[in-house]
Design a protein around this ligand. Structure first.
Ligand code: UD1
Ligand code: UDP
Length: 364
């Protein structure tokens, strides 16, 4: 019997780890437990309840205005306490959050093997995304096995010196998650708001965009909307108070934009599947939208997910006033450009990533 503990703490990790929890729990060879750090609160519990997953351990670390120091320190101490008491043959972490970094460092100090799900993503710019690029490199450097979503990410790991036998191409578990969420029949008040207009789904929360940059991005979006009355925006706002202030400042009382609380993952995926385009600085959204053939404009200078750009569904437009305005306007006005991007091409696998990861762990 292999004792496996999966650790996660934020919304995107939960969306991508819950299908893996479900797959691992189906197998008799594993004793599977879930440790949530609670780096996020409402956004985490909403995903857990959608997938019907009850965590075995909850560190409840989230505090208002938390800093990277707070999260790192609390997660390291909390994971240490649990790993000192509980049997664990493999600790699975996901991606590039502070939860993933601090949990894997605690495991490494205790000589517990770490498996990294969504390994090998890189921008090679330590400041973008910040601090995630550092986190993902650090987690990869101490991991015993690496589950890379694509061949490109696996090749990077091997080029960096990870042993070939520790790197596996599995696809991204987010595609598995879409199999749980996406429905043919779906209704939602946000779709009623669109009421025949071209509906843009907006998300924005990147730490390095917060502040003046985000204000510029939002001002550019507003400017483009004013000249395109047939376009509306649905914007589920991240609970970070700085993001909330920017969203309210730019869009409150602006009739073409509907601000909402974060949507649960079922609603979000189904709304995204019906969007005209997505404007975002998120990571996960760049993987989901290509599966629907919904064009994504990424309001960042760089991406660790070039696969969507190469597939033609994702465009990096930058995060300045001028670049967002130009990129957004171009896609709304240029039908040929829109057609060329609106093709469902999914570089992230066939929705069997969790099964592949479970098979690999079984064979270890
Ligand atoms: C974190 C991850 C980021 C990921 C994002 C997903 C790190 C360093 N960053 O960034 O990679 O893209 O999650 O959303 O790990 N908050 C709430 N309620 C919640 C969640 C957050 O109030 O349910 C507040 C927190 O108290 C904090 C702020 O939002 O004040 C930011 O949360 P934090 O986890 O520190 O960073 P994120 O920007 O969410
Ligand atoms: N998401 C969601 N509700 C929302 C916004 C996003 O469920 O209101 C999902 C989205 O489908 C994706 C994930 O959250 O799977 C992305 O999370 P986020 O943008 O917060 O983090 P990132 O991917 O940038 O790390």
């Amino acid at each position: 019997m292999k004792n496996i503990i999966l650790v996660f703490g934020t919304r995107p990790e939960a969306i991508k780890m819950c299908p893996l929890v479900t797959e691992l729990k189906k197998r008799k060879e594993f004793c599977v437990r879930v440790l949530v750090t609670g780096q996020h609160r409402e956004m985490l519990s909403s995903v857990l309840s959608f997938f019907g997953i009850e965590p075995d351990f909850d560190l409840c670390v989230m505090s208002e205005g938390q800093t990277l120091f707070d999260i790192t320190e609390k997660v390291m101490r909390g994971v240490r306490e649990i790993l000192e008491k509980e049997k664990c043959d493999l600790l699975l972490v996901h991606g590039d959050t502070t939860t993933a970094f601090a949990a894997s460092l605690a495991a490494f100090y205790l000589r517990v093997p770490v498996g990294h799900v969504e390994a090998g993503l890189r921008t090679y710019n330590i400041n973008a995304p910040y601090p995630e690029e550092f986190n993902r490199v650090a987690v990869d450097s101490l991991s015993y096995c690496h589950f890379a979503p694509t061949k490109l990410s696996a090749d990077r790991l091997i080029a960096e010196g990870r042993g070939q036998d520790s790197v596996f191409v599995t696809g991204n578990t987010v595609i598995d998650a879409l199999r749980y969420t996406v429905r043919k029949e779906f209704s939602h008040p946000a779709l009623d708001f669109a009421n025949g207009r071209r509906m843009v789904l907006l998300t924005s929360h990147r730490r390095e965009n917060i502040g003046e940059t985000m204000q510029e991005m939002f001002a550019a979006i507003k400017e483009v909307l004013l000249s395109h009355p047939d376009v509306c925006v649905i914007y589920p706002v991240h609970p970070n108070p700085a993001v909330r202030a920017a969203a309210q400042g730019a869009f409150a009382h602006f009739s073409q934009v509907k601000l909402t609380e974060p949507l649960d993952v079922f609603d979000f995926h189904n709304i995204m599947a019906r969007a005209y385009l997505v404007l975002s600085d998120s990571g996960g959204v760049q993987e989901e939208a290509p599966a629907f053939g919904v064009p994504v404009l990424v309001m960042r200078e760089t991406t660790e997910r070039p696969e969507g750009v190469e597939a033609g569904t994702v465009r990096l437009i930058g995060n300045t006033y001028a670049s967002v305005k130009e990129g957004f306007e171009a896609l709304l006005d240029d039908a040929a450009l829109y057609e060329s991007m609106a093709k469902a091409k999914n570089p992230y696998g066939d929705g069997t990533a969790c099964k592949k990861i479970a098979d690999i762990i079984e064979d270890m």
